[in-house]
Design a protein around this ligand. Structure first.
Ligand SMILES: Cc1cc2nc3c(=O)[nH]c(=O)nc-3n(C[C@H](O)[C@H](O)[C@H](O)COP(=O)(O)OP(=O)(O)OC[C@H]3O[C@@H](n4cnc5c(N)ncnc54)[C@H](O)[C@@H]3O)c2cc1C
Length: 503
């Protein structure tokens, strides 16, 4: 029997990002996948700003951007005509070093993450399937099968990043409540007549929906849509059957089809994300409509949240109770996300009065007017980029200073202020001060082994909602743990004692 600290089941985006973070934290782990290599189907197309910010902490945010296409505009069409064009480029200017959504297909993305793991000397164990496991209270015993041979592994923790049909979730007996959309969806990679389109094109109508976006590495376009109602429920629907309506909706001719598939879409969130020494993350815990481009990004967010907690518990740097905050923080967001993507999707394709108002009035007349205001563009960016996710109410979130409270994402202070995200590459706890620390705070931070990152007080810091001379204790994943307007050291000491902090 072999031993490891963490067994990661599944090398999709969630498992890969968990592995990269654990590797950076120096944790020993194994990562297995029953497939023979990275996914070939490029499902998720959009990488949002918060994911790029996490990648920047790992040192490769800019590299990922250079491999994709930042989305510049969204064209809304209804029937055969364009009803609105919204500029998307730099909507999040001043809010994030990555003020856009990036088109970067999931298959390229997974290969990139696999290569990054190889650079960290981590090999994924392909063709290796988790068969069963038990948690005996002090370890997890897992049975793996490879090439017909079985192996037993003993791990301190097991992470099920094993996708929507997760064996880990099923074995734990977690419910997966929710539903399935009535519509059948299709996905296709196609070459279109009028060259390379770099924008997002969305056509919505009652019971119709198609979106088109660019696939950089192949020069193809990705189509995601609803199978027309007259073909719904049929087996073996072909692209040729969909082509006439799809071409009208995207206003171009499809010259070549690279691949095509139909699928059902579910919207579900598991009843729990943790049982004892076992966690689930990514699609194993939540699935929903691909329309918002949120699924993969949410799984990556789960992985980032879980990784530092596992690492610091395994290294004896923090109290194991911190592991409870993983489910508390992530399940809340997953439930909100599934409900909102559900409502947004219904608003777009439903036939009720609300949907008709959305399509015939809001979309063509109101949205373009509103997006003339930078505040509205920034609100739209915050809503989709996952930069607005917060962990208010978590056991780890305390205090407030300026516009921020414990659980908020540390806001970015753009140039000409000093880049306050640069020190987050340490992937460790740190204190941020926008002004000057007191000698008492310096002494307390030094006793606790917490580095202080000092930044000058600037308009950008004020605009970001920070408060002059306040201190912000920042978690390894870039969220504010504790905020204190007056540099009170007692709350800091109490926080460190509560979670048994060790440098
Ligand atoms: C058409 C489509 C379009 C989408 N578009 C977007 C988008 O634009 N943006 C977005 O964010 N999301 C999108 N999504 C969702 C996105 O693809 C998923 O959220 C993402 O793949 C989830 O990653 P994961 O790592 O959690 O799971 P998966 O990618 O499903 O990976 C799970 C892995 O676990 C392995 N595995 C399973 N069981 C076992 C076992 N017993 N033993 C060993 N290995 C096992 C599997 O082989 C697989 O490799 C889209 C999905 C679809 C279908």
């Amino acid at each position: 029997m072999s031993n490891t600290q963490v067994l990661i089941v599944g090398a999709g985006p969630t498992g890969l990002v968990l592995a990269l973070n654990l590797a950076r934290h120096g944790v020993s782990f194994r990562i297995i996948d029953k497939n023979s290599g990275p996914g070939q189907a490029s499902r998720a197309m959009v990488v949002h700003a918060r994911t790029l910010e996490f990648y920047r902490q790992l040192g490769f945010g800019d590299e990922v951007v250079s491999l994709g296409i930042p989305m510049e505009a969204v064209h809304f069409r209804e029937g055969n005509e364009e009803v609105a064009k919204l500029d998307f480029k730099d909507n999040g200017a001043g809010l994030s070093p990555y003020p856009f959504a990036l088109c970067f297909p999931q298959d390229d993305h997974e290969r990139f993450l696999v290569a990054k793991l190889a650079e960290a000397s981590v090999a994924i164990e392909w063709n290796t399937e988790l068969k069963e496991f038990i948690d005996d209270g002090s370890h997890v015993q897992a049975t793996l099968e490879k090439d017909g041979s079985e192996e037993t592994v003993q791990a301190d923790y097991l992470c099920g990043c094993d996708g929507a049909r997760s064996r880990v979730r099923q074995t734990l007996g977690f419910d997966f409540p929710g539903g399935t959309y009535d519509q059948d969806f299709y996905v296709a990679d196609v070459k279109v007549a009028n060259g390379e389109n770099r924008d997002l094109i969305i056509n919505v109508g009652s019971h119709t929906f198609v979106l088109m976006l660019p696939v950089h590495s192949t020069g193809m376009q990705r189509l995601i849509g609803i199978v027309p109602p007259e073909l719904a429920g049929q087996t073996n629907v072909t692209f040729e059957q969909i082509q006439p309506s799809a071409e009208k909706m995207i206003d171009t001719t499809v010259e070549q089809v690279h691949w095509f598939s139909t699928y059902h879409v579910h919207h579900r969130v598991a009843s729990h994300f943790r049982a004892g020494r076992i966690f689930i993350a990514g699609d194993a815990g939540h699935i929903h409509s691909p329309a918002g481009g949120q699924g993969m990004n949410t799984g990556i967010g789960d992985a980032v949240n879980l990784s530092w907690k596992l690492a610091h518990v395994l290294q004896g740097r923090i109290d194991p109770s911190v592991l409870d905050t993983y489910e508390e923080e992530r399940i809340k967001f997953a439930r909100t996300l599934v409900a909102t993507t559900d409502r947004a999707f219904e608003a777009m394709v439903g036939e009720g009065v609300g949907s008709q108002i959305f399509r015939t009035w809001l979309l063509p007349h109101v949205l373009p007017f509103l997006t003339g205001f930078s505040a509205v563009r920034q609100t739209m960016f915050s809503a989709v980029s996952q930069t607005r996710i917060n962990y208010h109410g978590s056991a780890l979130s305390q205090g407030h200073a300026g516009d921020l409270q414990g659980g908020d994402r540390l806001p970015w202070t753009p140039a000409p202020a000093t880049d306050n995200f640069a020190p987050l590459s340490a992937l460790d706890w740190q204190i941020h001060i926008y002004g000057a620390p007191t000698p008492d705070l310096r002494a307390a931070a030094s006793d606790l082994g917490l580095p202080i990152q000092e930044f000058p007080w600037t308009d950008a810091a004020e605009h970001a909602g920070l408060e002059k001379d306040a201190f912000y204790l920042v978690r390894p994943d870039g969220y504010v743990a504790l905020a204190s307007a007056h540099q009170d050291i007692e709350p800091l000491k109490a926080y460190a004692a509560k979670f048994a902090f060790q440098p």
